[in-house]
Design a protein around this ligand. Structure first.
Ligand SMILES: Cc1cc2nc3c(=O)[nH]c(=O)nc-3n(C[C@H](O)[C@H](O)[C@H](O)COP(=O)(O)O)c2cc1C
Length: 172
C-alpha cells in the first residue's frame, strides 16, 4: 500500500476478536519497527513489552476500563526511563516522550501495513499498572496499544475528524 493511503486508512480500532491472535512473524515485524525507530542521540531509552499470556493479560486488562480493550489478544506496553534519554544542556529539555512517541508510531503504522489493528491508549490507571511488577523502578509506561484483528461485525468508520488543513498548516 502507498504510504499516504496507509495513513489515510489507519483508524483507532475499538473492537478485537479475542480468539484471533496475531501471527508471530507479524508481531516480530511490528516490534522490529519500534526497535529501528530513531531517537535523540540514538539513546533508545525505551522498552517494549508484548503481553500475550493469560496471566499477564489479566493483570494489564485490569488497568483500563473499556470492555473492547479487555478482549485484545495482545497488549503492547511502551515504557521509558528519563535518565536513559538525551537531555539538552541549555535548558534541561528531555527527549524521552518524543522518542517514545516515534517508536510507538513506527509500530502502529507497521501494524496497519500488516492488517493488524491498534489503538494508542494513555488513559490507563498508571498506579495500578506500575504496581503489577512488570516494569522496573524508574521505568514509566507511556503508552499501550492492543494488537489484534477486529470482531466480525466491525466496520471502519472511514471518517477522519480533523481540524481544517489551513488551520494547522502555514506556508510562509
Ligand atoms: C497520544 C494518544 C493517546 C490516546 N489515548 C487514548 C485513550 O486513552 N483511549 C482511547 O480510547 N483512545 C486514545 N487515543 C486515540 C485517539 O482518540 C484517536 O487517535 C483520535 O481520536 C483520532 O482518531 P484515529 O486514531 O481513528 O484517527 C489516543 C491517541 C493518541 C495519539
Amino acid at each position: 500500500m502507498d504510504f499516504f493511503e496507509l495513513i489515510l486508512n489507519r483508524e483507532s480500532v475499538k473492537s478485537y476478536d479475542p480468539h484471533r491472535p496475531v501471527e508471530s512473524d507479524k508481531i516480530q515485524k511490528i516490534l522490529k519497527a519500534g526497535h529501528l525507530a530513531p531517537s535523540a542521540a540514538n539513546r533508545q531509552p525505551w522498552r517494549f513489552y508484548l503481553v500475550s499470556t493469560p496471566e499477564y493479560l489479566d493483570k494489564v486488562r485490569d488497568c483500563y476500563h473499556k470492555s473492547w480493550f479487555k478482549k485484545a489478544p495482545h497488549l503492547l506496553l511502551v515504557t521509558g526511563k528519563k535518565d536513559l534519554a538525551w537531555t539538552r544542556s541549555s535548558d534541561g529539555f528531555n527527549s524521552l516522550e518524543m522518542d517514545i512517541a516515534i517508536a510507538m508510531d513506527h509500530m502502529i503504522l507497521q501494524a496497519e501495513s500488516l492488517g493488524v489493528s491498534t489503538c494508542w491508549i494513555v488513559a490507563f490507571d498508571t498506579e495500578k499498572l506500575h504496581q503489577l511488577g512488570i516494569v522496573e523502578e524508574g521505568e514509566v509506561v507511556y503508552a499501550i496499544t492492543p494488537l489484534g484483528y477486529p470482531e466480525k461485525d466491525f466496520k471502519k468508520h472511514g471518517n477522519k475528524v480533523r481540524k481544517s488543513f489551513n488551520e494547522v498548516v502555514k506556508f510562509l
